[in-house]
Design a protein around this ligand. Structure first.
Ligand code: ZN
Length: 238
């Protein structure tokens, strides 16, 4: 299994080193993408990816974090940097600033020939509107997708991906489950967003996986290889 969205580079994690060793020992997790939130965490993600074979990195400035896009260009864009992210829009903070940074980072992704990982909090429609001006040419995924059937259909039409995390295992996840049922399996990714959405990558990973397995009626092996194939199609450097 590939975890497409984690933050083992987070400043919020006290025992970073222990956690990374723990993940390296989880046999069914064979690749993990550490996501940048700003310059420092992007740098840390790259450094971890250079030491640890299972770990990959993304670079980006999250809509609620500070930083200059120009600083990202100072980072080493190695073969293990698989995407620009997480970037996007949030309902908190300054919308105009977020939009400007989002556009600049989509342009950066296009320049580097990388896909983007989108953070969208109640902003799905606005994100798609921005795509009319600047389009992520190398693909995109809405991370921890906030369910909306029409938006999901639009994303699939554009060839984008929807990524699902632990919220789909909760009792009030009806809308997400509907979206998963309607979305072609080829457009689905899974993630744990550790440590923000999940503190237990072994158990939670299994639960998210099993929920999709039930909804899509796949065998364990077929679903695993399908999801891995999806991740590798979007993140070509995996
Ligand atoms: Zn995240």
């Amino acid at each position: 299994m590939i975890d497409t969205h984690a933050h083992f580079n987070s400043k919020d994690l006290k025992n970073l080193r222990d956690e990374i060793i723990r993940v390296n020992n989880i046999n069914h997790l064979n690749k993990v993408i550490n996501i940048g939130l700003d310059y420092e965490t992007s740098k840390e993600a790259i450094e971890i990816s250079e030491r640890e074979p299972k770990f990959y990195a993304t670079i980006g400035i999250h809509p609620l974090h500070n930083g200059n896009i120009e600083d990202l260009l100072k980072l080493r864009i190695t073969d293990k940097v698989v995407a620009i992210g997480e970037i996007g829009l949030d309902t908190d903070g300054d919308f105009l600033l977020q939009r400007e940074r989002f556009i600049k980072q989509i342009e950066l992704a296009n320049f580097l020939e990388l896909p983007i990982i989108i953070h969208s909090k109640n902003s799905n429609e606005r994100v798609l509107k921005i795509f009319k001006y600047v389009y992520p040419l190398y693909g995109f995924v809405f991370h921890c997708f906030q369910p909306d059937i029409d938006i999901a259909k639009e994303i699939v039409k554009l060839g984008g991906y929807l990524s699902f995390a632990t919220p789909i295992t909760r009792v009030n996840a009806k809308k997400s489950l509907e979206v998963i049922k309607l979305t072609p399996i080829e457009n689905i990714l899974i993630e744990l967003d550790y440590p923000y959405m999940s503190m237990n990558p072994i158990n939670d990973g299994k639960q998210v996986f099993n929920r999709i397995k039930e909804l899509k009626g796949y065998s364990h092996e077929n679903l695993e290889s399908q999801l891995d194939e999806n991740a590798k199609r979007l993140f070509r450097k995996l």
